[in-house]
Design a protein around this ligand. Sequence first.
Ligand code: 3PG
Length: 306
Amino acid sequence: MKVLVATEKPFAAVAVDGIRKEIEAAGYTLELLEKYTDKQQLLNAVADADALIIRSDKVDAEVLDAAKQLKVVVRAGAGYDNVDLAAATAHDVCVENTPGQNSNAVAELVFGMTVMAVRNMFDGTSGTELKGNSIGIHAFGQVGRNVARIAKGFGMNVNALDPYCPDQVMVEAGVTPVHDIKELYKNNKFVSLHIPATDETRKSVGYDLITLMPKNAVLINTARKEVIDEEGLAKALRERPDIKYVADVKPDNADALKEEFGARVFFTPKKMGAQTAEANINAGIAAARQVVAFLRDGIDRFRVNK
Ligand code: 3PG
């Protein structure tokens, strides 16, 4: 059995070693396709693969058509909007993610970027502190919960909105549940996005919500660029010169935003949230173990397509 690890943005070498150990211990062969620049390279490599481990790599119908022996795709990470689930189901391929494995890394980056924003991008001028301020966590999943834990360390008041999460879970984490999205944006100087990109959330954060935010607000996006209405964001930033936007996901109109709003906006050059050795090891090894569990024992606990 061949397990292909296809990562346009590679795992740390130490994580690849760990993945290799898991796969070889099960008697399977590991093939590595890193930093590929052309989809054809993926199509060729996947042709005889029984299992595929990916990160944000796109797995669409064309990839699935080319993968004649493929049985399982594990997205080493949380969001699986890069995989065509319907096509995978049609090809009888199980798709899984590895929830929670890289969430601390993403949450730490939220604060890396937030501190940078309130310290004026470290430009030498006087900034402000996080202590005593309120942060609104938009979706209280694994990353949101880590953001809450770290925010408390900064001495922040933590609020969260998540219709899919029981209030009790938030209360137990010392977080105040919020049930109205407008209240979340109106009452928090900092709002951190952790919603997945779905039909329901696409372009769901735009002008109307952003302009509700209090003075000197910072919107932090380590989720997906798709959840932002970019035109609405630009309009909000134009009307509200006090607001900043920092994102681990480069918007489509990044150049225009940078040009118009300068240091009030920041974008990582590549998605960096999960780009730590620890997150790579956690998510990569979890993915390898899930592949083995599926191929060997038919276990599909983290399956996301039905
Ligand atoms: C995730 O959904 O797990 C994160 O966005 C990380 O994505 P990456 O593996 O491409 O860094």
